[in-house]
Design a protein around this ligand. Structure first.
Ligand code: 3PG
Length: 344
């Protein structure tokens, strides 16, 4: 795989795939951490003499249709504010007009294109669509780790046609999550919670082969117990739950906190209960406190865990917080991610 330092961006028109899939309500961006996380890559490329960039991203799931609700215009505004420079907005990078704007960018100019998922070809992983977009550029940079589990035109196809490399965020995600697949410190412990059992089971099964202990909580643990699912011995399910099974119970909290305190390498994905409800956040609160206080290498990720960590202003207390939700889970399941494979 090539990285930013392996490519000469001087004089180049660069296409950057970012994941700016951020929460937007009435045109206002909630958590902008995914945008901030891509800034080092953007700034690095723009510092190279005579380079110019166009950023592409998706936002939400507009199902291949133009829908203003999913426009990247608020992201363009935010980017302008964060970078402190003009950002040109391209309505449709796949159109002749959009291509012309890209080709006419002057040295040092930056543009962002409208939501790539307004085209159905994106999610259909369409080869011609990918070729049509990337033909205007000399180099492709993929910094969108969090969508690399999707085999889409701009993640899996473009690197087949253009010299490509991983951006700083992609590079860091791969490095840190690879570390999570080979924990160097023992005892190693994984805490897996959340609600979607079909996405979490492969992670639990894979991490059980690697980690000393895997603690399971959240709705998935209720379901695992109800269905009498069988796991290897090092996978621990809760002994008790709160009223209504919306959180892990006090005995389980005590046991989990003790195990976490003794661990030297911890990976955490998914809350222990319905933490958005004050009544059912004791488990997640206790697990979080135990993790941040443990003398361990700490990695966390997943949409809800990151939301929780940010609500506690706790990101700095971890060695690494992944920007990936589904992508992190697939990576930890040991699967090959199409967006990463394409760069290889
Ligand atoms: C995410 O938010 O996890 C990524 O942007 C992928 O989005 P998707 O699940 O809609 O493909």
């Amino acid at each position: 795989m090539k990285y930013l330092r392996n490519i000469d961006f001087k004089n180049k028109r660069v296409l950057i795939r970012a994941d700016f899939n951020v929460p937007v309500e009435n045109g206002i961006i909630g958590d902008d951490s995914r945008i901030r996380a891509t800034l080092p890559t953007i700034e690095f490329i723009l510092k190279q003499p005579k380079s110019k960039i166009v950023i592409i991203s998706h936002l939400g799931r507009p199902d291949g249709k133009v829908n203003p609700e999913f426009s990247l215009k608020p992201v363009a505004e935010k980017l302008k504010e964060l970078l402190g420079r003009k950002i040109i907005f391209i309505d449709d990078i796949a159109s002749e007009k959009g291509g012309k704007i890209a080709r006419n960018l002057t040295d040092g100019e930056a543009a962002i294109a409208e939501n790539i998922r307004f085209h159905a070809e994106e999610e259909k992983n369409n080869e011609e669509f990918a070729m049509n977009i990337c033909r205007h550029f000399g180099v492709f940079v993929n910094d969108a780790f969090s969508v690399s589990h999707r085999a889409h035109a701009t993640t899996a196809q473009i690197p087949r046609f253009k010299p490509s490399c991983a951006g700083f965020l992609m590079e860091k995600e791969i490095k840190e999550l690879s570390r999570a697949l080979k924990p160097a410190q023992r005892p190693s412990l994984a805490v897996i919670g959340g609600a979607k059992i079909e996405t979490k089971l492969p992670v639990i099964e894979n991490l059980a082969k690697i980690y000393d202990v895997v603690l399971v909580g959240g709705k998935i643990s209720v379901e695992a117990k109800e269905k009498n699912m069988k796991f290897s011995q090092n996978v621990i399910l809760p002994e008790d739950f709160s009223d209504g099974n919306f959180d892990i119970g006090s005995k389980t909290i005590g046991k989990y906190v003790m195990a976490i305190s003794a661990a030297s390498f911890i990976v955490w994905n998914g809350p222990m209960g319905k933490f958005e409800d004050a009544e059912f956040r004791k488990g997640t609160d206790a697990i979080y406190e135990a993790i941040v206080n443990a003398d361990a290498w700490k990695i966390a990720g997943g949409g809800e865990s990151v939301e929780y960590i940010n609500s506690q202003k706790g990101a700095d207390k971890f060695n690494f917080v992944s920007s990936g939700g589904g992508a992190m889970l697939e990576f930890l399941s040991g699967k090959k991610l199409p967006g990463i494979e394409a760069l290889e």
